[in-house]
Design a protein around this ligand. Structure first.
Ligand code: ZN
Length: 152
């Protein structure tokens, strides 16, 4: 770590401790040349992965789009707003902790289906039928059969 005052490349760590919030490592450093002191913080970097569409184009992750899809599937269904918020938070946490730089829309679709299956069977069917773009009736019926299974 370069000294911010004189750009000298050798600095000494005087003290290392966890920040009060517990989310960072704080280090006191001293420059080996000018002897000035400064503090650095080390934090976990969590970045939303890019979303790769079916046609191969990449787009930034959009929380609003995710909410839109969920709300469309849940339209007029008896699911309270906090439950929807929780589902979105759960999906976003999985995306953040996936460690992937990019994910395809199929992966997000699967995460949405997992949450909808827990929230509301009708919404799940709505989303799955549109999303999975069923090719034949048997496939669709399999999806409906899946809904009958107890949620994890
Ligand atoms: Zn210095």
């Amino acid at each position: 770590m370069k000294c911010p005052f004189c750009q000298h490349e050798e600095t000494q760590v005087l003290d290392t401790r966890v920040s009060e919030e517990g989310d960072a490592i704080r280090r006191r450093r001293r420059c080996g040349k000018c002897d000035k002191r400064f503090t650095t913080y080390e934090r976990i970097e969590l970045v939303m992965p890019y979303v790769v569409k079916k046609n191969g184009s990449r787009t930034e992750y959009s929380s609003a789009k995710l909410r839109g899809s969920l709300e469309l599937a849940l339209r007029k269904r008896p699911v309270a707003a906090p439950a929807v918020d929780k589902a979105i938070a759960s999906i976003e946490e999985k995306l953040l902790t996936s460690g992937q730089r990019e994910v395809d829309t199929g992966y997000i679709g699967e995460l949405v289906m997992q949450e909808l299956q827990r929230l509301d069977n009708v919404a799940y069917i709505r989303f799955a039928s549109v999303y999975k773009n069923f090719e034949d009736l048997a496939e669709f019926q399999n999806a409906i059969a899946e809904v009958g299974k107890p949620a994890r």
